[in-house]
Design a binder for this molecule. Sequence first.
Ligand SMILES: Nc1nc2c(ncn2[C@@H]2O[C@H](COP(=O)(O)OP(=O)(O)OP(=O)(O)O)[C@@H](O)[C@H]2O)c(=O)[nH]1
Ligand SMILES: [Mg+2]
Length: 321
Amino acid sequence: MAEPDIEVLTTQLLKGDRRAAAKLITIVENDPDAVKRVISRIYKNTGKAQIVGITGPPGSGKSTLINQLASYLRQKGRTVGIIAVDASSPFGGGAFLGDRIRMKDITTDKGIFIRSMATRGCKGGIARATGDAIKILDALGYDIILVETAGAGEAEVDIMNASHTTIVITVPGLGDDIQANKAGMMEIADLFVVNKADREGADIVVYEIESMFRFTDKRGWKPPVLKTAVIEAIGISELAERIDEHFNYLKENDLIGERLKRRVEMEIANIAKEVMVRELEEIRKSEAYKKLIEEIIEKKTDPHSAADEIMMMVKARYIEK
Ligand SMILES: Nc1nc2c(ncn2[C@@H]2O[C@H](COP(=O)(O)OP(=O)(O)OP(=O)(O)O)[C@@H](O)[C@H]2O)c(=O)[nH]1
Ligand SMILES: [Mg+2]
C-alpha cells in the first residue's frame, strides 16, 4: 500500500474511525514492510486501553464469555475492542441474541469492534500482528480490548504477555492431556474462570486450582478463581469487577510500567528477528548469495566469513528501505 494511504488511514484512526482501524489491521497482517509506517505514526497514542487476554482449551467458552463480557461492559458505557486469534467459533452470534438484557446490534454499535485474526496467511508471525492490532485499537481510543487465543503455544504466551490481565478458562471434565497442559497456563494466569458451572464437577476444579495457589502469594496478588456459566451470563458482573480490581492492583503497585518494560523487551527482539529473517530470505534469492556459495566451494572464503558478509547485506538492504 502506498505511503499516503497509511498517512490518511492513521489520521482517521486517531479521530476514532473504526473502518480505518479495520483497514490498518489488514495492513499489519499482510504487509510486513508497511507495519513500521503504521505503528510509528500511532505509537504515541497507545497505552491508554485496558488489555485483557482470555485463553483456555477449545470449546471452554472463551467466545461466549467475551460476548457476554462485551455486552456487560457496553451497558456500563465502555467501548470494547475484541480480537480473536484463530477462534473457531464466530462472534456476535447466539450469545448476544440470547442475552436477556437486550443489547444493540453488534454490527451497528459504534462502541464495539470485532476482529478475527488467522495464524494462517498472517505474514510475519501472529504474535507480532496481534500486538500491532492491539495497538491500533488502543490508538482508536477504545477503553478495553479483549483478546481471545486458544492453547498455550509460544505465540499464545507472547500474545498473553501483551495483556494487563490474563484470564485462564477451564471447564469441568477435561481429559488428562489438557490437565497436563494446565501447568504452563497457571503461570500466566491473573484470574481463573471455571466455566460451565451449570455442569457437574465445577467445585472440584475450583478446589484443585485454589489448592495449587495456597502458598504462592508472593506477587501480592492471589489469582481469584471464579465460577461462571457464561451461556446464562452467570458470573459476568463479578468477572468484570475482578478484571478492574486486578488492573487497579497493577496501577497501585507501579506494575503497569514493569509489565510494559517486559513486553517491550520481548517485542523488539521479536521484531528484529522477524526483520532479519525476512531480509535473509530475500538475500538467499540473490545472485550475490549464489556467488558466495561458489566462493566457499572454491575455498576463496569460508562459511563464517560468508555469514558475516550476509549480515552486512541484511543491514544494507534494511537501511535502503
Ligand atoms: N453448558 C454450558 N455450555 C457453555 C457455556 N459456555 C459456553 N458453552 C458452550 O460451549 C460451546 C463452546 O463455546 P465457545 O464460546 O465457542 O468456546 P471457545 O472456547 O470460544 O471455543 P473455541 O474458540 O473453539 O476454542 C458452545 O456450544 C457454547 O454454547 C456454559 O457456561 N455452560
Ligand atoms: Mg472461540
